[in-house]
Design a protein around this ligand. Sequence first.
Ligand code: PMP
Ligand code: GLN
Length: 384
Amino acid sequence: MQFPQKHTAAGTTIFTVMSALAQQHNAINLSQGFPDFAIDERLANLLGEAARTGFNQYAPMAGLPALRQAIATNFAQRYGLTIDADNEITVTPGATYAIYAAFTAVLQPGDEVIVPEPAYDSYIPNIEMNGARVVPVALQAPTFAIDWNKMRDAITPRTRAIIINTPHNPTGAIWSKTDWDELANLVRYTNIVVLSDEVYEQLVFDGERHYSVLEHAELRERSFALYSFGKVFNNTGWKIGYCIAPPAYTQAFRRIHQFLSFTVNTPGQYALAHHLANETRPTVGALMQQKRDYFLRLMRDTPFTIHQPARGSYFQIASYERISNLPDMEFAHWLTERHGLATIPVSAFYSNKKDDKLIRFCFAKKEETLTDAVNRLRGIETIA
Ligand code: PMP
Ligand code: GLN
């Protein structure tokens, strides 16, 4: 049987590859992005309560009304935004799914989509699975800011969408208000749709703040904003997220969603609805900042170079230029096999596998995990 090649990504996603390699070598896993500590006891209890009190059948297609309402209230409290829970919010099985559904709602074969790179590894396959073409635009190391001239040059009459990710995986860069204004200038007289992947919106450090596409009144009218509860309540395995978009966009999104998963795990939605409603002051940003700082302090005693501390997200990228000339994929394998520490080679986030000798560490871990991990890097030998 010959199966059709729906996208150009070779092999298995890097997150699966590196987590499996970590397991195989009994390595500490700072590769795939997930916390290694317990979730809030109250949230765990709510999940049990949902199952015991009968929230075990299909939820409505758009999501449990209590959860959509809690999301709307939460955005009103945190951003001062008015969001219509019935017509602008759709609960999804995670943000990866929401990104795919949004692309599928928008794209037709032959369309072009602009993707700033490095980029989360599902974007490009998702675009290609819809018969559209990827137009990559390189971000500028070491800050990984957008080069607006390059962005302008990438736009053609076939450009149908652009995907933004702030705070950014893997670089930890964040967008300023000016970036959104620049984007608005570029797309103003086009029919380009914006997908704004904001899964790390609550993980912004050093007193900076996240600017959502939803706060930009002009862009909001042409945008899908995508979120993931996993990054807010440290429960990535629950795989529950949501999409916020204007009513017409939400309708198009639901036309796809109703025939993809139709709806999302009901007890999980119940638990999140009640937890979110009681959780008015977010704490995960401060927690992750402490972890980033702890990790950065430890890394000072290693030969890795950190050109730019992460401003947000779960991730810190570091250069191994003083240790090795190996390609980053080989280096990441060597580090796992030889030193028992798994990371992600940053070339995995580029369509052309651009290799800048950078690896990505996930610091969303217990302090003892970070200590053990960095201990394995002390006195690391150089390797040609
Ligand atoms: N976008 C980015 C940038 C991510 O890092 C992740 C991490 N998993 C996702 C989307 C997907 O989130 P989810 O686990 O909810 O699918
Ligand atoms: N977002 C996580 C990361 O970048 C993992 C997501 C996944 O495993 N697909 O590591």
